[in-house]
Design a protein around this ligand. Structure first.
Ligand code: ATP
Ligand code: FE2
Length: 344
């Protein structure tokens, strides 16, 4: 059985094709990027409108398949930006109707976890899922994927992107901050915000902006400083990037470790765009090593938003697929633990 999956929750329009044995045929994405600002939902929607047909065509071409070979269609139902989700849902429904095959809407966060399991052969892992909009520590317990810890405000990726934007770097900021951090040597103390099992980033963002502003002041305030107008400390932007990573990644690792201790699970899998970060991977590896647990990182192309994970979750949830095309809808606010896991 071949499933074609469509992803469109935020900045990425993606199409993946996989079969029921987990054989990968294609994973094509087209991501909306900006030079300076963040994501504008209506622009991302426009991007998806323009990209959708070609992404699906390219996926079929890469798979060396015809549309008629597809047996099942899946799409990201949520959580995500409603205007973006609607583009994916419409494209998916159009394909399913044309082919007269069933369609299934799936949860984006669970898709990260299931593709991680498929690609790493982890059996029953804790998933650390740090992405743009989401930051969660998830594991299976009692019929659901439970959220053991999560952000109380923004996702860690959006937090990093906001700081990157503030200092004049474009979107996505994560890879740019990672590069800057490599040249940072001095740890600058930042707020460390773990509340129970949850994390929070907005206070750290304010603190970083204030520290960055004092750095800007330094640049223009040579003589004023000597007159005592500014007493700000001098922070190098590389040191700020380095300290940002060390602080927030330590928070994520702490909560993940606590979830592993609580559930007794012995595997950690990463998913989500921020998981591409090599320093985060290294910190997770060290933590797992110290508690004799296994650590897995799927390849980057499935860490970031992609259609392949949606096609695989389509296969996993194929029993829930339907031909009632009019009953299909998006779920922009669906939580990981809203979904009843019937397939394990
Ligand atoms: P989701 O819909 O799952 O919440 P998302 O739509 O934001 O996530 P992802 O592709 O999972 O999409 O993640 C994008 C985020 O990953 C961006 O915030 C980006 O800055 C961040 N990111 C990508 N590469 C890196 C990196 N090397 N280091 C840190 N952050 C990174
Ligand atoms: Fe994602």
């Amino acid at each position: 059985m071949l499933c074609l999956g469509i992803e469109s929750t935020a900045h990425t329009f993606g199409c993946g094709i996989i079969d029921s044995k987990g054989k990968i045929y294609a994973n094509v994405t087209d991501a909306y990027k900006t030079e300076t600002g963040g994501i504008h939902p209506s622009e991302a929607k426009l991007h998806h409108e323009n990209a959708k047909d070609k992404v699906v065509e390219d996926a079929l071409k890469a798979a060396n398949l015809k549309l008629e070979d597809i047996d099942l269609i899946s799409f990201s139902q949520g959580p995500g930006l409603a205007p973006c989700l609607l583009v994916g849902m419409k494209k998916a429904t159009e394909l399913a109707k044309k082919l007269k095959v069933p369609i299934v809407g799936v949860n984006h966060c669970i898709a990260h976890l299931e593709i991680g399991k498929l690609m790493t052969k982890a059996k029953d892992p804790v998933l650390l899922y740090p992405s743009g909009a989401n930051t969660q520590v998830i594991a299976y317990e009692g019929g659901k994927y439970r959220v053991f810890g999560e952000t109380l405000d923004q996702g860690v990726g959006n937090f990093i992107d906001s700081f990157a934007r503030y200092i004049g770097l474009g979107f996505p900021g994560g890879p740019k901050i990672e590069k800057l951090a490599l040249n940072g040597k001095n740890y600058i103390e930042l707020p460390y915000v773990v509340k129970g099992m949850d994390v929070s980033f907005s206070g750290i963002l304010t603190n970083l902006k204030q520290k960055y502003d004092s750095l800007e002041n330094q640049r223009f305030s040579g003589h004023q400083k000597s007159k005592g107008f500014f007493s700000a400390k001098k922070y190098k932007v590389e040191d700020l990037a380095f300290s940002l990573q060390e602080t927030v990644f330590a928070m994520l690792v702490e909560v993940s470790e606590r979830a592993m201790a609580h559930t007794g699970k012995k595997e950690l899998v990463l998913g989500g765009g921020v998981a591409c970060n090599k320093r985060l991977q290294q910190m997770c590896r060290i933590m797992c090593g110290e508690r004799n647990a296994k650590f897995f990182v799927p390849p980057n192309e499935v860490l970031v938003d992609n259609g392949l994970m949606i096609s695989w979750l389509g296969i996993v949830q194929r029993k829930q697929a339907t031909k009632d095309f009019n009953g299909i809808d998006i779920k922009p606010y669906e939580r990981t633990d809203d979904v009843i896991v019937t397939w394990r």
